[in-house]
Design a protein around this ligand. Structure first.
Ligand code: 1PW
Length: 254
């Protein structure tokens, strides 16, 4: 992946964050997940003032999860210290392993607390009664679900944009692809007014050459390679989150 000088959005950074997110067999680390969103927001902002305005909503969603994480940070540290103390008293073997900071069990303890990963967040919020299944709150879980739904739209859009059609075949405009994928995915979760605002934003979407510049390529074939790598990385993250949310009956949180 090429570096684009003087550009805020860097496709290599996006890919690095996306690839850093999957952890253990089925979990997603929240830090790189939210960092991926930071990069995706830069991408959206580059698409014009209307799209940028709408993507501010995404930014506020990432801020909600980061705030929750910050507030909960003290809590798990306290608990972990307690856990260490009890282990040290009862189990000399564990005591030794717990003294090494690179130890796996330490990492697993860390992973299972607070807002470290998607699954630890779900566990944490359920245990602390923070998830409301009947009315709207600002839980991390319902906020993640909003980001999750938006990610499916982005994944679909980038997939269509990266489709390398054989020569001579007509390439459809990003604006059309954006609208079509939006109606197929995220629009189902939006009110009439939000849908109209989104559709308005799509009208002002730039043409393909502009997208090529954004990901530092010159042809559709090159764009297809870059976009497919991004799409595959998004898919991995999306699938894991889909399963985690679904396992906890959280795909319809209000
Ligand atoms: C390329 C065209 C522009 C795309 C930019 C990103 C758009 C995706 C989000 C659109 C948000 C529009 C305004 C707010 C919508 C919220 O109602 C909705 N939020 C999301 C992220 O879908 C649901 O969140 P809520 O109201 O349940 O807190």
């Amino acid at each position: 992946l090429r570096v684009c000088p003087g550009q805020r959005f860097q496709v290599a950074d996006l890919l690095a964050h996306l690839q850093a997110a999957p952890v253990s067999a089925n979990d997603v680390l929240l830090k790189p997940y939210l960092a991926s969103w930071d990069e995706l927001i830069k991408f959206l902002e580059a698409l014009g003032p209307m799209v940028g305005l709408i993507s501010q909503e995404i930014e506020s969603k990432t801020a909600i999860i980061r705030d929750l994480a910050q507030k909960a940070e003290k809590e798990p540290e306290k608990k972990m210290k307690e856990r260490k103390r009890t282990h040290q008293q009862s189990d000399p073997v564990l005591m030794i392993s717990h003294n090494s900071s690179s130890d796996y069990s330490e990492m697993n303890h860390r992973l299972s607390f607070g807002y470290t990963s998607v699954r630890s967040m779900i566990k944490w919020e359920l245990e602390n009664g923070l998830v409301d299944f009947h009315k709207q709150t600002n839980s991390g879980c319902r906020t993640l679900l909003r980001l999750h739904r938006a990610l499916l739209w982005l994944q679909n859009f980038l997939l269509e944009l990266g489709r390398d059609t054989t020569e001579g075949e007509h390439l459809r405009s990003p604006s059309d692809l954006c609208k079509e994928t939006y109606l197929r995915t995220l629009a189902h979760h939006h009110t009439w007014w939000v849908r109209k605002a989104a559709e308005l934003a799509f009208l002002a979407m730039p043409e393909r050459p502009y997208f090529y510049l954004l990901v530092c390529v010159e042809t559709q074939a090159e764009a297809a390679v870059v976009l497919n790598r991004i799409v595959r990385a998004i898919e991995e993250v999306y699938e894991r989150n889909e399963v985690a949310l679904q396992e906890h009956g959280m795909l319809d949180l209000p």
